[in-house]
Design a protein around this ligand. Structure first.
Ligand SMILES: Cc1cc2nc3c(=O)[nH]c(=O)nc-3n(C[C@H](O)[C@H](O)[C@H](O)COP(=O)(O)OP(=O)(O)OC[C@H]3O[C@@H](n4cnc5c(N)ncnc54)[C@H](O)[C@@H]3O)c2cc1C
Length: 468
């Protein structure tokens, strides 16, 4: 590590300069998870994180307060030996509970049975548990250290201390950017002029709100469901927390008649909620305060290539492929990156150049696919889930899956309950959508489903899924 001599003594004076160390940038969700598994394999690992230690400040963990963790994420957590611990702080959600304008409730199960669930977990609790586990494996996390890019001549990562302003260069064997969707490492790679990059920012923003607990700290709505108030052009969702609250997110256009721009005061927001989400309003006693106090977040799909530079630097997680949150897969996908990375490491050893290239080749088609599916799912969630024809097709999908469990697995299930590659889920999903349209369009009752035709179409167009 080289220091700015003008900066004098720093807390880094006692940090050994270890060129064979793996340096991770970002102690969000993916950095600590990858660090744990690397440390378990005997690699010296250090993480540099821009924020202060949230365990000391209890500052917000950044973006959305709750996340849905599903099979891909669970697999990665299990591989790192963490799932048993996490499973104590999750709430399983068995399906979507739709709230109509009139306040009627319709429940649509996610899967075939109670094992096919998604799990609500607090982002902060998960992040803290991951950092604790990383430290327990000997990983050193340096907080308030903002990465300001790479020194491409030496391969050192550059950091600026957020409190003192002192700058350092950190030498290591490889640098892995797990620094999220606005990755500083990626931005510095782009400056070299060798990176293709696209960013599609959604016209919609999001705001976090809270549903208070009921009497005795109990959940006031069904806890084992993801609640949705679908309203066509926008929606409200709520995920249960273990403390009896629900973490809500309002997804709304930035501009327009009903938008964050037009709902610019707490009173306007209150009136809008009273009209559009009437049954939620009595459950949100601090609606106005939450609405005015919480920022509007933005969402984007980020695609780039290459993800690596000369076997020295790699992007992983949102830094390489940020997606919109409507399939609940951003973190699950980033955790699956860790699974894929570790499989290659176990196969090839630390031949970083080969590993990084193979990792990108294997993951890129899949991360591009989930990016597209996540965008499609926005329309499904905010609009189509309120359509009786859509709900009927979902029922037929589950019936077909029950009869042909290896051939016909709904796209949602392939993505959420299996580890079928995302690109396969996307292409099979398109075929299945066509079959469903052919089977469902002429009928309105499941009893009238033409099973002979279904059998013919399924065997004609779909091979058995090998990766179930
Ligand atoms: C509203 C919303 C809801 C979501 N819901 C879900 C869900 O239900 N399920 C799901 O799977 N995914 C969900 N996601 C996506 C999920 O949050 C991300 O995919 C996930 O956090 C990616 O993890 P990461 O480690 O790559 O990045 P992050 O978790 O963003 O971590 C990046 C870390 O890097 C740090 N950092 C940034 N820049 C620097 C720098 N220059 N120097 C040092 N450190 C830096 C940051 O402080 C942060 O700690 C949601 C996202 C949003 C916005």
């Amino acid at each position: 590590m080289s220091r700015d001599p003008a900066a004098g003594h720093t807390p880094f004076d006692d940090m050994p300069n270890r060129p064979n160390t793996i340096t991770l940038v970002g102690a969000g969700l993916t950095g600590p998870l990858l660090a744990i598994s690397l440390a378990q394999r005997g690699f010296p690992v250090q993480i540099f994180e821009r924020r202060p230690d949230m365990r000391l400040t209890r500052a917000s963990a950044g973006r959305s307060i709750n996340l849905a963790v599903s099979t891909r994420g669970i697999h990665a957590l299990r591989e790192a030996g963490l799932w048993d611990q996490m499973s104590r702080i999750i709430i399983p959600m068995k399906g979507r509970m739709m709230h109509s304008l009139a306040g009627e409730l319709t429940f649509q199960p996610y899967g075939q049975n109670d094992t096919e669930v998604i799990n609500s977990i607090s982002r902060a609790d998960l992040n803290v548990a991951l950092m604790n586990a990383a430290e327990a494996e000997g990983v050193k996390i340096h907080f308030c250290e903002r990465c300001i890019g790479m020194d491409w001549t030496t391969g050192a990562a550059r950091f600026r201390n957020e409190e003192s302003g002192r700058e350092i260069n950190v030498d290591s064997e490889v640098v892995i950017g797990t620094d999220g969707s606005a990755s500083a490492i990626r931005q510095d790679m782009q400056k070299l002029g060798r990176v293709k990059f696209s960013q599609e920012v959604l016209d919609y923003g999001y705001k976090e709100l809270t549903i208070a607990p009921g009497p005795g700290g109990k959940h006031i709505l069904e806890p084992n469901a993801l609640h949705i108030w679908p309203r066509g052009a926008y929606m409200l969702i709520a995920l249960p927390n273990i403390d009896g609250t629900f973490a809500c997110i309002l997804f709304l256009s930035f501009e327009g008649r009903e938008s964050f721009a037009s709902l610019d005061t707490g009173e306007r927001a209150q009136r809008f909620f009273a009209e559009r989400f009437a049954d939620a309003v009595p459950l949100m006693p601090r609606l106005q305060e939450n609405y005015t106090g919480n920022p509007v977040g933005s969402m984007a799909t980020v695609k780039c290539a290459p993800w690596q530079m000369d076997g020295k630097v790699l992007l992983l997680g949102d830094a390489a492929h940020a997606i919109v949150p409507f399939f609940g897969q951003g973190m699950n996908c980033a955790f699956e990156d860790c699974t894929a990375f570790l499989e290659l490491l176990d196969r090839h050893g630390p031949d970083w150049k080969k590993l990084f290239q193979e990792f990108e080749q294997a993951r890129k088609p899949n991360t591009d696919s989930i990016a597209d599916m996540a965008l499609e799912n926005f329309i499904e969630m905010r609009d189509r889930v309120a359509d009786p024809r859509f709900l009927f097709r979902k029922k037929v999908e589950l019936a077909l899956e029950a009869k042909y469990p290896r051939h016909f697995v709904p796209k949602y299930a392939m993505v959420t309950f299996h580890r079928v590659p995302y690109s396969v889920a996307l292409s099979r999903g398109e075929i299945q959508d066509r079959l469903l349209a052919e089977l469902c369009d002429p009928i309105s009752r499941i009893e009238n489903l033409d099973w002979k035709k279904a059998d013919h179409l399924i065997h004609r167009d779909l091979t058995p899924l090998e990766t179930l």
